[in-house]
Design a binder for this molecule. Structure first.
Ligand SMILES: CSCCC(=O)C(=O)COP(=O)(O)O
Ligand SMILES: [Zn+2]
Length: 217
């Protein structure tokens, strides 16, 4: 294959991924999942190896409810833009880089919600949110009867590179999500469909865990 053909294929894939991310972004915005410009989304583009990969990520600080031609940019495995652009990648791009490196997943979605923030603080002392025997655990492809899972919680430092080693230490390959304390959830999957499914399941389970704690006292 010529260099030109390779470039054209990459361009087509980039456009397809931007369209897919745009649809996810609009859907999440309609659910109120991006309060105050928070949240960020990414999808991997092209070939993958843990040492070298490319992904499309939301530009930093944008109103994620608006759709513009400047919503996404391509970055490499170090989080640096891989094309000339005035756009700034999400401030949390390094967390995406680490999750791609560790899991080889295809899409990562990050949102802030009241319930994910509440449980991340309520269960901070055990550094994980326990979920016991709830049917929706099956959304994570865990089919054991009365399965018990722990969703890891890591520190929320203002200096994002300080968060990365905690993600490295705590990410559990069985659980496609990680909470940042009093901040939000990162959920991922092999593609956008699966990452969205996981995110929806986490949000359901966090509301359940919060309400259960409330009624049990
Ligand atoms: C305004 S919320 C603070 C930053 C944040 O947590 C977030 O998710 C959005 O940051 P980005 O740089 O991706 O816009
Ligand atoms: Zn955030």
């Amino acid at each position: 294959m010529s260099e030109l053909q390779r470039k054209l294929i990459l361009l087509e894939e980039k456009q397809r991924i931007y369209r897919e991310l745009s649809a996810v972004k609009a859907d999440f915005a309609s659910r109120g999942w991006f309060p105050g410009t928070s949240g960020n989304l990414s999808m991997r583009v092209g070939d993958y190896s843990p040492e070298s990969f490319t992904f499309a990520v939301t530009a930093s600080g944008k109103d994620k409810a608006a759709s513009t031609p400047e919503d996404f940019l391509l970055v490499d495995e170090t989080g640096k833009a891989c094309e000339p652009t005035a756009l700034k990648p999400s401030a949390e791009t390094l967390i995406h880089c680490e999750i791609y490196r560790l899991t080889g997943c295809g899409a990562i979605f990050h949102i802030h919600s009241v319930f994910n923030s509440l449980v991340s603080e309520l269960y901070w002392d055990r550094r994980a949110v326990p979920i016991e025997g709830v049917e929706l655990i099956k959304a994570f492809n865990i089919w054991d009867e009365e399965a018990v899972i722990d969703v890891p919680i890591v520190s929320n430092f203002a200096d994002i590179p300080r968060i990365v080693p905690e993600v490295t230490d705590r990410l559990n390959p069985r659980i496609p999500g990680i909470l940042l304390r009093k901040h939000g959830i990162y959920a991922w999957g092999r593609d956008a469909f699966e990452a969205r499914k996981h995110l929806e399941a986490f949000e359901f389970l966090f509301e359940y865990a919060y309400r259960l704690k409330l009624v049990r006292g």
